[in-house]
Design a binder for this molecule. Structure first.
Ligand SMILES: [Zn+2]
Length: 131
């Protein structure tokens, strides 16, 4: 039987020389995970301080869309598609390739702002050995 690891709240509370980790036992033993600007964070927070975190960002959550886990995002927030062999690409890569193809007289350049049709994404994958 594995030893049960007791997690305690790491948030620093108090001022000056009295500043120290809160130390309250985390009831469910779970770290609090959150993501800001594409970085993942994990903190050991008690129920009270977990609520404080949620409260602190509530104005931002209120105007946010929930993003599913369907498509991972790159550092610029673009949806990243995963192809054969784990190769990742974005619609920007597809767009660039379509422009090169059009410049070489193969196919039409994509409209500058429009969405990239799935058929073009498939062409990109085929041509780049990603299908
Ligand atoms: Zn705490």
């Amino acid at each position: 039987m594995a030893d049960e690891v007791i997690k305690r709240c790491d948030l620093l509370v108090g001022r000056g020389r009295n500043r120290k980790p809160h130390g309250e036992v985390i009831e469910d033993g779970q770290s609090t995970k959150f993501r800001v600007n594409g970085r993942d964070y994990e903190a050991d927070l008690c129920t009270e301080h977990r609520a404080a975190l949620t409260e602190a960002v509530s104005d931002f959550i209120a105007v946010s869309r929930r993003s599913g886990t369907s498509l991972p995002r790159n550092a610029r927030g673009r949806a990243v598609m995963r192809a054969k062999g784990g190769v990742m690409f974005t619609t920007k890569d597809v767009r660039r390739w379509l422009e090169d193809e059009a410049a070489a007289g193969r196919g039409e350049a994509p409209s500058p702002s429009g969405r990239i049709p799935n058929s073009d994404i498939e062409r990109y994958k085929m041509a780049n050995g990603l299908a």
